[in-house]
Design a protein around this ligand. Structure first.
Ligand SMILES: Cc1ncc(CN)c(N)n1
Length: 228
């Protein structure tokens, strides 16, 4: 049975079916393991040592660089100006507010200017992001973006914040639980659902494989930066 047929089978038993919901479901248990990762609880509850937060942010900046390039590819591949505007605004936030959070984190915790030593899991994630940008179609790019942003929205809206949280820890959560970020994730999911509906069986299988691979790499990345 093709991947598209598997989705149609799943959708047939439901009144309201969304491709993004099905993709999330077939990505278990990795999806929930990432959203519920103890790294995020430690961060939100002020239990994460500053050196560990800085080390996580160094690895994450290794993710953000090719991730920003992937958004550039997605802007180029988007079928309309409407999509380019939304993705371009997200790119603007990433390269201003979020980039500033990284830079101030590196300076505050004394790791600015150090050559990063990326973990194998970070390098594997970088490879996936680069490959999707260079070889993937627009739906595959959206699939990767849906995973990375929906997962981050998931943990950021799940955790309970300590009152005495370091401002940079709080800023990292703010970037991922804001109303604007929630709207962006909703838009990404809607656009993936729409684009997936246009795909032939081979394109649909490639899109689903990217989604699944991205969830696997998210879990591996977070396990590598913070052991359970
Ligand atoms: C690994 C990872 N995944 C997702 C995000 C959210 N853009 C992130 N900053 N880092």
């Amino acid at each position: 049975m093709s991947t598209l047929e598997q989705y149609h089978d799943w959708a047939a038993g439901r009144t309201a079916s969304r491709v993004s919901d099905w993709l999330k479901e077939i990505s278990e248990p990795d999806w929930t393991a990432t959203v519920e990762h103890p790294l995020f609880d430690a961060l939100a509850e002020a239990r994460l040592p500053e050196a560990e937060f800085a080390a996580y942010m160094v690895q994450d900046y290794g993710f953000v660089d090719p991730f920003t390039a992937l958004i550039g590819h997605a802007i180029g591949h988007a079928p309309s100006m409407g999509d380019r505007v939304v993705l371009g605004q997200f790119m603007g936030m990433l390269t201003s507010d979020e980039n500033s959070t990284f830079q101030r984190t590196f300076e505050t915790f004394g790791v600015a200017g150090q050559a990063p030593d990326y973990l194998p899991e970070t390098r594997a994630f970088q490879q996936l992001l680069r490959d999707t940008g260079q070889r993937g179609g627009y739906a595959e790019m959206l699939a990767v973006l849906v995973v990375t942003e929906w997962l981050y929205l998931g943990w950021a809206t799940r955790i309970t914040r300590a009152e005495s949280l370091h401002p940079l820890y709080a800023e990292w959560i703010d970037l991922h639980d804001s109303a604007a970020f929630q709207d962006f994730v909703a838009w990404l999911r809607r656009r993936l659902d729409e684009e997936a509906a246009q795909l032939d069986p081979a394109g649909f299988a490639a899109m689903a494989a990217r989604f699944r691979d991205t969830v696997t790499k998210e879990r591996a990345f977070h396990d590598a930066v913070h052991s359970r």
